[in-house]
Design a protein around this ligand. Structure first.
Ligand code: MG
Length: 330
């Protein structure tokens, strides 16, 4: 590993995982942590934490406050847990606008309301000008598990993989805005809270094996993590993966793969085959999941690999993303 920290070690991909393994797991390792789930399950409670550093702070479809609540509540939801309590820490740069701070707090309030969660404790730090860029937020979430045994370690050939919406919108939107590419209103971040969707799946007794929000590292990272953790091969039908023409356009312009771009309100689900169609119907009832699709099956064709089958019958491996990707997208 490198002697000093590089941006790629925060990319949600290969280098990020190496850092986590070699430094954090090495010294903090315990059975709960090593499960590598979206949140830790302790009895009937789920706990997760996340820090938010997004740039720009206000983007098309959300802001750092909305992101901070969605990100943390979604990590609880992905483990079948109802978001209940959040803590929140603000680290603010001297000179930051109070009006902007209040705008961010109001976005958080709105999103908390959607989740039925509340902030129960917090912290405020102010650092001198230039010690950080504007504002960083950390949120920790506590949820109540309503469906047990959801795990990225138990996906099998009995499952099908669904993606809840078109991929890559958050990453593409942040990148376009940062680079000053004129995107009009067509390209919006998918930033959204997922608990209500998950709740509906649980209420309808969908046999969910695993769920993961496709944040940093995008769909590629999720599917590769699943292939490794569950020791399976995931075979994706490329044509089935929903990608908007705006995201496709940004990808072609800049040479990105939509699979590697971050999402903040789009998730992958592994559900038992017999429930896949019903799960899809439930998802499509929600505006934020109207583009949901069944995209992959699970096999033993290759060990711990993700394969993309294209419509002309050829295939390629979809690898874990590497390199710098886009720093500060969340
Ligand atoms: Mg997550």
């Amino acid at each position: 590993m490198t002697k000093t920290i590089t941006l790629s070690q925060g990319n949600g991909g290969e280098e990020n995982n190496e850092l986590i393994k070699k430094i954090f797991f090495e010294h903090f390792g315990n059975p709960t942590l090593l499960k590598c789930e979206d949140s830790a399950i302790i009895g009937s409670m789920a706990v997760t934490t996340d820090s938010f550093t997004v740039k720009p702070i206000f983007f098309n479809g959300g802001d750092i406050g909305k992101l901070a609540v969605c990100g943390t509540c979604n990590d609880l939801a992905m483990m079948g847990a109802r978001p209940k309590y959040l803590t929140c820490s603000f680290i603010i740069e001297e000179g930051f606008s109070v009006e902007s701070l209040e705008k961010i707090v109001l976005s958080m309030k709105k999103e908390l309301c959607i989740n039925g969660a509340q902030i129960i404790t917090g912290d405020t730090k102010v650092v001198p000008k230039n010690a950080l860029d504007g504002i960083f937020i950390n949120t920790t979430g506590i949820g109540e598990v309503e469906m047990q045994n959801i795990s990225s370690n138990s996906i099998s050939t009995d499952d099908l993989i669904i993606v809840s919406g078109d991929i890559g919108r958050h990453g593409a939107c942040i990148f376009a805005q940062r680079e000053g590419i004129d995107i009009k209103s067509a390209l919006q971040s998918d930033c959204a809270s997922l608990w209500l969707v998950v709740e509906e799946l649980i209420k309808n007794d969908i046999k969910i094996t695993a769920m993961r929000d496709a944040t940093r590292g995008g769909l590629s990272a999720v599917l590769n993590e699943w292939a490794k953790q569950s020791n399976i091969c995931i075979e994706v039908e490329e044509k089935a993966v929903p990608i908007s023409k705006e995201v496709q356009g940004i990808c072609e312009l800049l040479g990105f793969e939509a699979y590697n771009l971050a999402n903040e309100g789009t998730f992958a689900l592994a559900v038992k085959k017999e429930d896949a169609q019903k799960a899809l119907e439930i998802l499509k009832k929600f505006e934020i999941c109207k583009n949901a699709q069944i995209i992959a099956k699970v096999s033993n064709e290759y060990s711990q690999k993700v394969v993309l089958n294209n419509e002309w019958g050829s295939k390629r491996f979809l690898d874990m993303p590497t390199g710098e990707l886009l720093p500060r997208i969340c």
